[in-house]
Design a protein around this ligand. Structure first.
Ligand code: 4AD
Ligand code: MG
Length: 499
């Protein structure tokens, strides 16, 4: 019977067979230390010349990175590595010896790795990210199913825009134009009038030419829609959903979060503390405040001091490198790589912060927030902020106006801390047919495409609300990743269609 690495703790002392790929090889005289991966985990596998037959040893001598193998051996504790068990090999068989695997253990650039995404997925970091993503997806289904929501699939080919006409992907649908769905919301509203509470979970498409760390052209969105929910109830639901998901990841993905160096105390705060709620008007005041300028100035000063210190350390390490022994050399190389990455981030901050300070100060009431404005607003808190009641001009046609002050739309954006920005957007929907017709005209949308949608306001119109959660942005935030491209197996963004 074959075993998975993840199950080794159950087999301490017995002999098992594993199948997998060689991730890494170290050797000393007569011994090969392999790191084997089988998808479930990574563990050390020790092949000792004196313990195996000649054929197994011959194979061991030929092994290369990513060669595929079958090993049989005894499960023993390993106190040095992250994974607490290893295999002492008795026999070794091979599926394939690999020649010239293109990804080595030295640092590669992101473009190079993205071009080899089909292979990059095999490394521990990507393995961890995909598992966090998987746990988040499962938690989302659990959360909504436990509360009686019905999952629905909205169409991908659509005849109408939902989130503005500037980001539509047009295709040819039997001779007429059709668009790849930007959002399943309008269909979700129809289904909510049939089922009460629904959620979609599907791919959505935006022709975004922006090359930011938050934008994909194809991303997965979860869109709940609830009959008889107002904006407050909507916000309560968003908050409890985000807490539920984060709690699930904290409980089940400790290994992955550790591999990703995620500071989990920050996630713990999200679970335990109430989110901040403020109006757009209050958020603008905060954005333009002296306190914002002070915090950013502090961040800028810190970035500069840290840069100095790292440059100094780099110099010292470079001097030591020449005369260092093999083990120490490897340690220095690792640290130098860390410093290199940190310096790149700091350089970006030092470049960006002065611009952020300027645009924060000059922000005008009535405009939509840009990515940097969101970063500044969230800089004041350690938990997500729900900003509600935006200027109606900057929001979609379907948003309900605030009955108390018609300048505002009853929309809410959830802004995540640590620079992640908007992860959820939603709100209460306009229920009045005539107001909607006017809005559709104002947005220059073709009325004919919305006839069916207006039926929802003609036949039993009720207050209702919903929101859209961007899966990749949530994964980036929870896993603590710099860019959304790593959160999805095969990213589609501006200038990327392969592999
Ligand atoms: O704010 P958005 O555009 O809202 C809607 O589409 C509504 N119809 C949702 C609703 O109320 N049912 O998008 C919702 C979320 C954003 O908050 C963001 O997390 C994500 O989708 N998102 C993107 N993620 C990655 N790349 C992009 N280009 C994204 N655009 C939006
Ligand atoms: Mg939005």
């Amino acid at each position: 019977m074959n075993t998975n690495i993840i199950d080794l703790p159950k087999h301490e002392g017995s002999t098992v067979t594993l199948q997998g790929w060689v991730y890494n090889i170290r050797e000393s005289k007569g011994i090969k230390f392999l790191v084997l991966r089988d998808g479930s985990e990574f563990c050390q596998v020790v092949v000792s010349q004196q313990d195996v037959d000649e054929e197994s040893w011959n194979i061991a001598e030929q092994l290369t990175q990513e060669s595929s193998v079958k090993v049989t051996g005894k499960v023993v504790p390993n106190h040095r590595d992250r994974f607490p068990f290893e295999i002492q090999v008795q026999t070794l068989e091979v599926y394939q010896i690999v020649k010239d695997y293109p990804i080595t253990h030295k640092e590669h650039g992101v473009d190079f790795l993205m071009n080899l995404r089909h292979l990059w997925l095999r490394t521990p970091r990507q393995w961890a990210i995909m598992r966090v993503r998987n746990r988040i997806i499962f938690a989302i289904h659990q959360f909504f199913q436990e509360q009686g929501f019905v999952q629905m699939d909205a169409p991908i080919f659509t005849g109408n825009a939902c989130e503005g006409t500037s980001t539509l992907f047009e295709t040819d649908y039997y001779g007429v134009p059709a668009y790849l769905s930007q959002s399943g919301q309008l269909y979700g509203e129809a289904m909510a009038m049939a089922m009460g509470k629904i959620y979609t979970f599907g791919p959505t498409f935006r022709a975004e030419k922006s090359q930011t760390r938050r934008h994909l052209s194809e991303f997965w969105m979860i869109e709940p829609e609830m009959a008889f929910y107002d904006l407050e109830m909507n916000m309560d639901l968003i908050e409890s959903m985000l807490k539920y998901i984060t709690q699930a990841v904290l409980k089940d993905c400790q290994t992955e979060l550790k591999l990703l160096n995620r500071d989990t105390t920050k996630l713990q705060k999200l679970v335990e503390q109430p989110f901040i709620r403020m109006t757009y008007e209050e958020a603008v005041k905060l954005l333009k405040s002296d306190k914002s300028q002070e915090l950013l100035q502090k961040d800028l000063d810190n970035a500069k001091t840290t840069t100095e210190a790292l440059l100094q350390e780099q110099k010292t390490l470079q001097q030591e490198h020449g005369g260092a022994k093999k083990g120490r050399k490897a340690e220095i190389d690792r640290r130098m790589q860390e410093i290199h990455t940190q310096l790149k981030d700091l350089e970006e901050s030092i470049r960006n912060i002065p611009q952020w300070m300027k645009s924060a100060k000059e922000f005008e009431l009535g405009n939509d927030f840009g990515g940097s404005d969101e970063t500044v607003i969230t800089r004041h808190f350690e938990v997500p902020i729900m900003v509600h009641r935006y200027p109606h001009q900057v929001k979609a046609f379907y948003m309900k106006r605030d009955p108390k002050d018609s300048r505002w739309a009853m929309g809410v954006d959830v802004l995540a801390p640590e620079g992640y920005g908007e992860i959820v957007g939603g709100g209460e929907r306009e229920t009045d047919e005539q107001v909607l017709i006017q809005k559709i005209h104002e947005h220059n949308l073709p009325m004919s495409a919305f006839e069916w949608y207006l039926d929802l306001r003609r036949f039993g119109s009720v207050p209702h609300s919903g929101f859209g959660l961007g899966l990749e942005r949530l994964v980036a935030y929870i896993a603590g990743l710099h860019h959304v491209r790593e959160t999805i197996p095969f990213a589609r963004h501006y200038n990327r269609l392969t592999p």
